[in-house]
Design a binder for this molecule. Structure first.
Ligand SMILES: [Zn+2]
Length: 296
């Protein structure tokens, strides 16, 4: 891991989840996201130490554990650091069991409590929603990028670099995960269309080795991917199916490797597609003999 310059005072640490770094002249820095766990936290702090940097702020794009799981480790190392997140994501970061509850709908069954789905609770110090905030006398613009999660935010630095979290994915990731994890399909499409109309100098997404200067074709591919999946779901629903039936067909179609977490991630995203199609009145729903069926 190393500190890689993007533009001006904006850098990133390339990692499984990229960590944005904004360097101030006084040796302090603001991080954007931290990574999955203490092991990642240790590596990040090593890179920061090698560059004589101390953390003053951590801005989290969203409350998925691979984005804030190393917060506590970093905060212990730099006790004065303040954590910034959106109001909607804050609830999940401060009550991390909610992640499992959302997937399961009740007290999460064993297997949903793995570290991927449940990070440690992390207190948030500053709420943000939208607009400009000043951190250590530098302006950061907070851009709502909802859809992948309930209240995801993008963070723009004064160098015109935007950190987009998981608002869109690289071609590699789309190939590996062709059925994306989404919380709200409509909000996700709106976010992608919004990003298509922006002109930042540099775009950083969380799971990609490189920064992007012109991501428009990639954003369009992400939009196309959602539309393809909507078509696939609609085709399957030519016959009435339960949400579990539909999940089974999606898992088999894409040969998604299975474990308990992956099952709930998939059925959860299937739910997002169903909600979207119901809202568009492209499908109907009926409860018959104790089963809920969806059909086109
Ligand atoms: Zn995510």
């Amino acid at each position: 891991m190393e500190l890689i310059k993007l533009r001006g005072r904006t850098y990133y640490i390339s990692s499984a989840t990229n960590v944005g770094v904004y360097r101030y002249r006084n040796g302090l820095c603001t991080l954007i996201d931290t990574g999955l766990d203490n092991t990642t936290g240790r590596k990040i702090t090593q890179v920061l130490e090698n560059n004589n940097l101390k953390v003053k702020y951590i801005v989290n794009t969203h409350a998925h554990p691979d984005h804030f799981g190393a917060n506590n480790f970093i905060k212990e190392k730099y006790p004065g650091a303040l954590i910034v997140a959106s109001c909607k994501e804050r609830i999940f970061m401060e009550n991390s069991i909610l992640e499992g509850i959302v997937f399961y709908g009740a007290s999460p069954m064993h297997g949903l409590s793995t570290r991927i789905l449940k990070a440690h609770d992390t207190a948030v110090d500053i709420n943000v929603t939208e607009g400009v905030i000043e951190l250590e006398n530098k302006k950061f613009e907070i851009i709502p990028l909802e859809g992948h999660s309930i209240g995801q935010i993008g963070v723009t630095t004064e160098d015109n670099v935007i950190f987009c979290g998981d608002a869109f994915f690289s071609e590699d990731k789309m190939e590996k995960y062709p059925f994306p994890f989404l919380f709200d399909v409509g909000a996700h499409l709106n976010t992608l269309k919004f990003l298509l109309d922006t002109n930042y100098e540099c775009y950083m997404i969380s799971h990609c080795d490189v920064s992007l200067e012109n991501p428009k074709s990639l954003i369009q591919k992400n939009i196309d991917n959602v539309h393809q999946n909507l078509e696939i779901v609609l085709d399957f629903l030519a016959q009435p199916l339960t949400r579990e039936d539909l999940t089974e067909l999606i898992i088999k179609k894409y040969d998604i490797p299975m474990n308990i977490s992956q099952y709930f991630i998939t059925i959860s995203s299937v739910g997002a597609f169903l909600t979207y199609l119901l809202e568009k009145q492209s499908i109907n729903m009926d409860i018959i003999d104790g089963k809920m069926y969806f059909y086109a």
